[in-house]
Design a protein around this ligand. Structure first.
Ligand code: HEC
Length: 235
């Protein structure tokens, strides 16, 4: 009976995961996220405040919290990463008014605080690398994973522009200041940063996790001989 239930369970699981895979037709490029890589997070933060914060906010994130997590001083953050705010205890908001944004782009750019959890990091990594020229759009570009997106290709200076071939496949971007490898790294750092702001306490949790495991291990060394001693006469 138990094997039967188990077989049924495994069967159901494989059907649903196959369905899931079939429903996500768009190919996403996988990206490695490393929240312990402070240098990467710092580079991502720099890109974010320079190229994204003018339209998007990350209103759940405070600058001084970020300073601490990224291994920077408040002063370094104030001097290098703060353009839209005045105090280091402020959250990352934008100067642009939501009504203006709506007028200019047709949609208000969403808050990016938890976008990594809503979309997933692979989606973000793919999205930020697949803008392509599309004359039918007012922004001049379209996107492979977000059709008819209202956002222009803001990193065109770095990546350059990609056209499409006759079959509609996106070609290699060219004309940017960065090589494909360097652009991918830039986006990886940016997505790493977006993953971090989506769950800032994860850094501490990961660090704490090691100590918890060590504690459990030591506890086991004590508890196991004790269990043996207690049950000695019964078994
Ligand atoms: C010029 C303004 C502008 C800038 C700068 C900008 N965006 Fe956007 N972005 C938008 C708009 C407008 C949308 C909404 C698009 C839509 O819904 O059609 C958007 C949408 C997005 C989305 C999709 C959100 C969703 O609904 O899932 C992501 C992710 C995103 N932007 C990330 C970024 C990142 C990262 C940067 C910095 C490299 C950036 N954006 C810079 C205007 C901007």
């Amino acid at each position: 009976m138990r094997t039967l239930i188990f077989a049924l369970f495994v069967g159901l699981m494989s059907i649903s995961s196959a369905q899931l895979m079939a429903s996500s037709k768009i190919h996403l490029d996988p990206v490695e996220i490393d929240l312990s890589d402070k240098a990467s997070l710092q580079r991502g933060a720099t890109t974010f405040v320079n190229y994204c914060l003018s339209c998007h906010e990350a209103s759940f994130m405070r600058y001084n919290r970020m300073a601490k997590d990224l291994g920077l001083t408040d002063k370094q953050v104030a001097e290098n990463l703060m353009f839209a705010s005045e105090k280091v205890g402020d959250t990352m908001t934008v100067a642009m008014r939501a009504e203006d944004a709506k007028k200019w782009f047709g949609v208000t750019p969403p808050d990016l605080s938890v976008i990594s959890r809503a979309r997933g990091t692979d989606w973000l990594y793919t999205y930020l690398r697949t803008f392509y020229l599309d004359a039918a759009k007012t922004t001049g570009t379209n996107n492979a994973v977000f059709k008819d997106v209202g956002m222009p290709h803001v990193l065109w200076q770095q990546q350059g522009y990609a056209g499409t071939d006759d079959a509609g496949h996106i070609e290699h971007a060219s004309g940017g200041s960065l090589s494909t490898y360097d652009y991918n790294t830039m986006i990886q750092d940016l997505v790493n940063f977006l993953a971090y702001i989506g769950e800032p306490s994860k850094i501490q949790r990961l660090a704490l996790g090691k100590w918890v495991l060590l504690y459990l291990f030591i506890f086991f060394l004590v508890a196991y001989p004790m269990k043996k001693a207690f049950w000695k006469d019964i078994h």
